[in-house]
Design a protein around this ligand. Structure first.
Ligand SMILES: [Cu+2]
Length: 201
C-alpha cells in the first residue's frame, strides 16, 4: 500500500520534498493515534496554560509539551527552589484542586509507576521543564507505555526540580498545574515540534 495519501492535515510535517522517496519510518505524521492533555495552572500559578500531546510511534510514544506562564526561576534560602520544573504522569485523571495550599495532591494521586520501578525510573517520570521567561517547549520519546495506558491519567507540572532519586515525588514539591490525558481530535497547529522523523543510522 502507499503511505502517501497526502492531505492538508499533515503537509507541514514534511519540511522538504525528499521524504517522499523514503520509507514508512518517515511517515509517523500519518498516525491517527493521539492523546492530549490541556494543562491549566492551579491556585499557586493560575496563569499557566499548556498542551501536552502524545503520539504512538513505532516502539513507543512521542511526548511534546508547550507551556506558558511558568514562574520565575528562584533559589531563595528558606523557600522551595522554583524551576526547572518536575513534570510527571500521575495516576488519576482528576484535576480537582482540593487544598489550595497543596493543590491537586489529593485527587491526582502519586506518580504513575505501573511496573513497580524504583523512583527515577517510573514510567511516569519525565524530563524536567526548563522555563524561558515562563515559556517551555520540549519533546521526547519514551518506550515505557502506549497511549492506551495513559488515557484518564494526569500530567502535572511541579514547582521544584525532580531529583530522580527521592520517593515518592523526587522532591519536586508543590503542584502548579494539572491536565487530564484524553483521546481527542487534535488540531495539528496545536502540536509542537511533533514530526521529526526518527533516523536509523
Ligand atoms: Cu509529580
Amino acid at each position: 500500500m502507499t503511505t502517501h495519501s497526502h492531505n492538508q492535515g499533515h503537509k507541514h510535517c514534511h519540511n522538504d520534498g525528499h521524504n517522499q522517496s523514503h520509507n514508512r519510518s518517515h511517515n509517523q505524521c500519518h498516525d491517527r493515534n493521539f492523546a492530549i492533555a490541556r494543562v491549566q495552572g492551579g491556585p499557586l500559578r493560575p496563569q499557566i496554560r499548556g498542551v501536552v500531546t502524545f503520539q504512538d510511534v513505532p516502539g513507543g510514544v512521542n511526548v511534546c509539551i508547550e507551556v506558558r506562564g511558568l514562574p520565575p526561576f528562584s533559589r531563595n534560602r528558606g523557600e522551595p527552589p522554583v524551576g526547572p520544573h518536575g513534570f510527571h504522569i500521575h495516576e488519576h485523571g482528576n484535576c480537582t484542586v482540593g487544598n489550595p495550599a497543596d493543590p491537586f495532591m489529593a485527587a491526582v494521586g502519586g506518580h504513575w509507576n505501573p511496573d513497580n520501578q524504583p523512583y527515577g525510573n517510573y514510567a511516569g517520570d519525565f524530563p524536567v521543564l526548563f522555563s524561558n521567561r515562563g515559556f517551555a517547549r520540549m519533546c521526547f520519546f519514551t518506550s515505557r507505555f502506549r497511549i492506551s495506558d495513559i488515557i484518564n491519567r494526569a500530567v502535572i507540572i511541579h514547582e521544584s526540580p525532580d531529583d530522580y532519586r527521592t520517593p515518592p515525588a523526587g522532591n519536586a514539591g508543590r503542584m502548579l498545574a494539572c491536565g487530564v490525558i484524553t483521546r481527542a481530535q487534535i488540531d495539528r497547529k496545536e502540536i509542537p515540534c511533533f514530526c521529526t522523523p526518527r533516523t536509523t543510522k
